[in-house]
Design a protein around this ligand. Structure first.
Ligand code: PMP
Length: 390
């Protein structure tokens, strides 16, 4: 076994695909401490700056004092607390759906829902750039698994028309996690309706950011429960906490409670996480300035990068990848930025396609204009260095 493991690891190193972790010694914020050194971070998904908000932290502490830390059991045994229940109801009001159901992570929500809805004899259609959890959900479901080219509605429509399956489920990311662009969810809803297919959107990166009230792609495209019947959101990104939820009809939620294995057979989120998420949800809906500030920072960043002549994706979200190409250069750029005290993650295959390695810059309402300018300055030094080397 050891020989095989060692070979795997050295192969990854040789291909510049080796992954490693950093140990954070501070709270999640634009400025973080790692190994005693301060960095300006552009890699967290805490888009609204709520992960370290005093009211969110206070709610967490108060609930931990009341409920303890662990939930003690799965929801269906005796782990479902009043905080979980209240959060589910508030998320239902927020999303405009009949009900919502909490899952312990987004990965588990996706696996659970897809496997509960489709199986052998059915067909599932997924965008090529869908998140790994959606792809794994589709592959493990037993349904006929088909991928369509990124955001290619016409190709999907041809596949839907040709499919003879009883049930057809179309699944996309609302905001694509590595590119930052949006799925054309309104068009997908239209063709799903025409082809009697069900539509599921994973809006992990849209909630909190898109829509006037942070209602994500559903609010952005104004899609109701009939048009978009399976809506998934995570709490670990804009909410700044942890966990995930599915929003939909009463019948969908009841079905998931009966069938979704990743709901039934796992420990419920700590009640304190639910309590903290309730406060986040309030802040996320009422503090519009966070979305406005984020939007302004995104524009500032894009204008600066365009001036430097670096290639960006067509993204209006806080996910702003700078396309680099090969994994080695992406890694080198990420370490050169780190040497200047700036953290930006290099995203390499297999997370993205070969030849499309990138620096994945993520912006947050917690950043200041001066911090964005510092990143732009560091990037301009990289560009100058690269130009000189060529
Ligand atoms: N879906 C998408 C699009 C994601 O980006 C992520 C997290 N990176 C997940 C699902 C998984 O969510 P969680 O981290 O809560 O497991």
């Amino acid at each position: 076994m050891k020989q095989w493991l060692d070979e795997q690891l050295s192969q990854r190193r040789a291909q510049h695909l080796y992954r490693s972790r950093r140990e954070l010694q501070s709270a999640q914020a634009p400025e973080v401490t790692i190994d005693g050194q301060n960095f300006l971070a552009f890699c967290s998904n805490d888009y609204l700056g709520l992960a370290n908000h005093p009211q969110v932290v206070e709610a967490f502490v108060a609930a931990a004092k009341h409920y303890g830390v662990g939930s003690g059991a799965s929801h269906l045994v005796c782990g479902h607390s009043r905080e979980h229940h209240a959060l589910e109801q508030e998320l239902a009001a927020f999303t405009g759906r009949d009900r919502t159901l909490l899952f312990s992570t987004g990965f588990m929500a996706n696996l659970g829902v897809i496997n509960a809805l489709v199986g052998a004899g059915d067909s599932i259609f997924e965008d090529k750039l869908n998140h790994a959890s959606l792809l794994d959900g589709g592959l493990s479901s037993g349904a006929k698994f088909q991928r369509f080219l990124h955001n290619d509605v016409a190709q999907l429509e041809r596949k839907l028309a040709a499919a003879e399956a009883q049930k057809k489920l179309v699944v996309v990311d609302g905001v694509f996690s590595m590119d930052g662009d949006l799925a054309p969810v309104h068009e997908l809803a239209r063709i799903c309706d025409q082809h009697r297919a069900w539509l599921m959107v994973d809006d992990a990166h849209g909630f909190g950011v898109l829509g006037k009230n942070g209602g994500g792609v559903a609010e952005h495209f104004n899609l109701n429960q009939d048009q978009l019947p399976v809506l998934m959101g995570t709490l670990g990104k804009s909410f700044g906490t942890f966990g995930a939820f599915i929003a939909g009809s009463d019948a969908l939620i009841e079905t998931l409670i009966q069938l979704a294995r990743t709901y039934i057979y796992t420990t419920a989120l700590p009640p304190a996480v639910a309590a903290a998420s309730r406060v986040s949800l309030q802040l996320l809906q009422t503090e519009h300035w966070r979305r406005e500030k984020l939007r302004a920072l995104i524009q500032r960043f894009r204008a600066g990068v365009e001036q430097l002549g670096l290639p960006l994706m067509a993204s209006s979200t806080p996910i702003q990848p700078i396309m680099v190409g090969d994994a080695e250069t992406a890694l080198a750029w990420s370490s050169q930025l780190a040497a200047q005290g700036i953290l930006v993650t290099a995203i390499r295959p297999p997370t993205v396609a070969a030849g499309s390695a990138r620096l994945r810059v993520t912006l947050s309402a917690a950043h200041t204009e001066a911090q964005v300018d510092r990143l732009l300055d560091a990037l301009s030094q990289l560009v100058r260095k690269t130009d000189c080397a060529e």
